[in-house]
Design a protein. Structure first.
Length: 418
């Protein structure tokens, strides 16, 4: 659902699945079952399947299944800090086992023709020296990995929840630039704290024509390297995850501002995006006499929660949706019906809000960097996250073991290469 929403905004950004555990695929190889985890729509290309696991043999069995589904790339998750993931000896805990990751990458690379990449952090627990990360990358690269996606902060596997691990450990972008310089034959992408496309443009060195006000000094500010506006040639892209979920409409012109697309497209408004998403929901979740849970309807509508971020009617939109989806009759009619009713009430109370012009990508403002550190605490569930911020022993995840603790697919919303 989230990826479909993203494709309504951008045709070029690379999309990612949530993390899928190897056993989940191996225990559901029948097509009808496997489709639940690996199925996607053709329009979602380019798309990356992110896998979790620690057994080279199992992952080498799963990789060809993923390739047969037509994915463009396989990514091994070595960055998730969830307790459940760590207890399974995968995710971020794998950074402590570089030889195991090397063997996993080697086994998967031999089993498929598509690229196998690795997403990791700048360290884990007390293993956070730059030399530790360089040793990890060097070892894993020897197994065949040519592209590393780096979440530019470390992770604490004990004492911090997944949400806190997205905000409490400080961002260290300059260390990613150092990795690019240390490994010129490898490719890197930057992840973590990138909250808008203007920020992504600065991190990428302002691809294409510059916007009014974009100066070289902003590049150094974005990277936390004042006076150093060098962009490594092996920097492949920038990943936006939570920012895209909290404020998806910022991506409406990313194809132009990042990828340089010049072809004309139909005028994009919140009305056109939500109408298209409603049509998708009608097909994906038709009316059904069977009981639908509030949670299932919420998940189908969750990609819309940030559509009106910063606009009048935003709070009413979310609260009305929450109220309507709790009605059993509405749930039986499906999430498309709920969305239709919500939009009708929203437009009646806020005439014209659905057709308000979308804001073009704005120039990166260094002052907004302080907000980046807490960006993952903002958005539709911001208040709950802020209340939990100081609880060091908060439960690590609420998702089932077969899913990534982040619950949302990532969006490689600012890839440098075409």
């Amino acid at each position: 659902d989230f990826r479909y929403m993203m494709r309504l905004l951008t045709r070029r950004a690379q999309l990612w699945t949530e993390m899928i555990v190897d056993d989940t695929v191996l225990h559901n190889l029948e097509p009808a079952k496997c489709d639940r985890f690996l199925g996607y729509l053709p329009l979602e290309h380019p798309i990356v399947c992110q896998l979790g696991g620690s057994d080279p043999r199992k992952l080498a069995e799963v990789a060809p299944v993923v390739e047969r589904y037509g994915y463009d790339e396989i990514n091994l998750n070595c960055g998730c800090p969830s307790d459940r993931v760590s207890k399974g000896e995968f995710g971020c805990s794998l950074m402590k086992k570089k030889e195991a990751v090397r063997d996993i990458v080697h086994a998967m690379s031999r089993a498929v023709q598509i690229p196998v990449t690795v997403k990791c952090r700048l360290g884990v627990d007390d293993f956070d020296a730059q030399e530790f990360v360089k040793d990890f990358i060097s070892e894993v690269a020897s197994g065949g990995c040519k592209h590393f996606i780096i979440h530019a902060r470390k992770a604490w596997l004990k004492g911090l929840s997944p949400a806190q691990n997205r905000s409490v450990p400080p961002l260290q972008y300059s260390r990613v630039k150092d990795l690019c310089r240390a490994f010129p034959d490898l490719q890197f992408s930057l992840n973590g704290g990138v909250v808008d496309v203007g920020h992504a443009r600065a991190l990428l060195g302002f691809p294409g024509d510059r916007l009014a006000g974009e100066m070289d000094s902003l590049i150094g500010s974005a990277w936390d390297t004042p006076g150093d506006d060098f962009i490594p040639p092996n920097l492949q892209g920038v990943m936006i995850g939570r920012g895209a979920m909290n404020c998806p409409m910022m991506l409406w012109d990313v194809d132009r501002t990042i990828y340089g697309c010049t072809e004309e497209r139909e005028r994009v408004t919140r009305r056109t995006v939500l109408s298209a998403y409603q049509a998708y929901l009608e097909e994906a979740y038709p009316p059904d006499e069977a009981e639908r849970s509030v949670g299932s309807v919420h998940l189908a509508l969750k990609p819309t929660l940030g559509i009106f971020s910063g606009l009048r009617g935003n709070r009413a939109f979310r609260s009305t949706m929450d109220t309507l989806m709790r009605d059993k009759g509405n749930r039986r009619l499906g999430p498309a019906h709920v969305l239709e009713q919500v939009l009708s009430q929203l437009e009646e109370a806020n005439p014209g809000v659905l057709d308000e012009p979308l804001r073009p990508t704005s120039v990166y403002k260094p002052a907004s960097k302080s907000a980046a550190a807490s960006a993952d605490l903002d958005g539709p569930q911001g208040k709950d996250r802020k209340r939990k911020r100081g609880v060091a022993d908060e439960a690590a995840a609420t998702e089932p073991p077969s899913a990534d603790a982040s619950a949302e697919p990532d969006v490689q919303a600012a890839a440098r290469a075409s």
